[in-house]
Design a protein around this ligand. Structure first.
Ligand SMILES: [Ca+2]
Ligand SMILES: [Ca+2]
Length: 155
């Protein structure tokens, strides 16, 4: 499936170099546990991030343990930034599901989150620039906003 993000890339004159750079960055995967992880180093809306991870044989990252959460928070190339993760409640408000249908058996929200009702349906990780009670934890956000993201794929 062709994403809006890739359409935008194709509108650029230097599309070849953009795509080549993206391809190259997505060739770099770091093993951890039973997965490989990749920080493409770009920002995209949640659906484009999801589609980009899929187009390279993976999926937008899933986080189902404190150990994985700690690893991902340490893996981010820009720790201060927010990062999309592979969960949304856009199909049923209040019920978050992972993009690859893994069980929803771990979540860690600050006391004030999730707070977006039907306006905020995609999850990200708060960056290290946030207050201590928020940083590194889940937050629902507007899906069309653009943030960094991490792709995962199975070993
Ligand atoms: Ca929601
Ligand atoms: Ca929120």
């Amino acid at each position: 499936m062709k994403s809006h993000f890739l359409d935008e890339l194709n509108s650029h004159e230097d599309v070849q170099s953009d795509e080549a750079r993206l391809n190259n960055s997505l060739q770099v995967w770091t093993p951890h546990g039973s997965s490989y992880y990749n920080d493409p180093g770009i920002q995209a809306d949640w659906h484009s991030a999801r589609d980009l991870c899929r187009s390279f044989g993976g999926y937008l990252v899933t986080i189902r343990s404190q150990e994985t959460l700690d690893f991902i928070n340490g893996f981010k190339s820009v720790p201060a930034d927010q990062y999309w993760i592979g969960a949304s409640d856009e199909k049923k408000e209040g019920t978050f599901v992972w993009v690859n249908d893994e069980p929803w058996d771990f979540e860690i929200f600050p006391p004030t989150e999730p707070n977006g009702d039907t306006v905020e349906n995609c999850l990200l990780l708060f960056g290290d620039s946030k207050p201590a009670e928020e940083k590194g934890k889940f937050n629902d956000m507007i899906c069309s906003d653009e943030f960094r993201f991490i792709c995962e794929r199975n070993i």
